[in-house]
Design a protein around this ligand. Sequence first.
Ligand SMILES: [Fe+2]
Length: 482
Amino acid sequence: MPTTDLSPAGPALPIALPVDVTTVAHLQGPFAPVVEETAAADLPIEGELPRELDGVYLRNGPNPRFTPLGSYVYPLDGDGMVHGMWLSDGRARYANRFVQTEALRAEEQAGRALWGGLLTGLIPDSSEVGPELGGQPKSLPDINVVRHAGRLLALAEADCPYCLSPTLDTLGRETFDGMLPAGMTAHPKVDPRSGEMVVFCYLIEAPYLTWATIGPDGVVTRPPTPVAGLDRPVMIHDMALTERFVVLVLGPLYFDMQAALSGGSLLAWSPQDGTRIALIPRDGGPVRWSHIDTFWSWHGANAFDDGSGPDAPVVLDYVQWNQPGGLVPGPTQGALVRATINPRTGAVGRDIIDQGTMELPRIDDRVIGGRHHRIALVAVTGKRPVVGGDHDALNFVDTQTGERVQWDAGDLAVSEPVFAPRPGTHDADQGWWITFATNRTNGESWFLVLPAHGPETGPVARIRIPTRVPLGLHGSWLPTQE
Ligand SMILES: [Fe+2]
């Protein structure tokens, strides 16, 4: 990280300089942030936009408002920007808005970044940003956007989400009546049977990890409950849910505050420790731990109970990596894997469903925690050079047959595919996979609609967006009528 001592006399706190954006791949090309907030209606549509698609697709992603200071780690750093595509009556409207955190407002007043990148540990003090923000890390609600209990939530990695209005105005931090003051994961899961949202939150200090539930009315039904068995802070990005368990994969990626304070890395990868899977009984009871060979996982696709007895295995489909790419130097190998976990013995069997570079797995959200048979992911064909986090294809896996089909997106950098069901149907083949995509050559961005039946044939409709939509992370399809 480029730091220097600019004080006129003697050592002082290091000062992080703005990064040279020309040297940071994740600030270039399809990743380059946009600063304009745009709104446009009656967008040009190529092909046939299904009239049954009535609702809004929202997607969040890192979009630094100002040149980052000292370091920029994709996909964790950067201000949140939510992009929305509203569809109704065969017509399309687009808007994008920053998630206006208090810290972003302070930076806008200053006209520059005030908080350093995550690797710098640089946090402004009260003299720069006032007593409320001084000494506090920057909120980064830039990873996901979901709706629960009528609230639109822009979600951070492990912090309070920010509530948004239907027009994407930022309404403020959401603590659920003060019941979740430390916040939650960016990947909460809603049980479609009960409407209950299940969340976890990791913490730098003991107890290091909690989980909680929020009812369909927005009332917290289980306050943050410590997960016993951790003795140090660990990073956990995603979760899965079954009818019986909350499922967490704990790769050996630890927060090392001592190292960070002495100028070292905040995150320490310790492959000698192995990986653990926690099955947390949703009705209480002790956590079941499994210990397995070292791997890293950013994202699960889904989990379910394979049967009904107490010994019924838990099946978890997830994207597996040999190590957390981007955070640890060295080559990465990826795979889509099915783990079968015996909740009594902790034994884990693993089968590779598919191999290659793929990420951001999604299913039909209506079967979260139950049996799924379709997984969609972004993928890399290997036909053209792309940097980490950029993908040139969408993969669609049938977990019953093991068959995988691919739509090669060519020069389009594609984002996470999200399933939009055909209203009135209950089948993951009845509907569409939707996403944003940006042309790497000319910067044109599109909203794509692929048929769930035969997605490898490519989009049935493409909507031209009048501004570039940078590559981003996760989002939701929110139908007008649920
Ligand atoms: Fe994620």
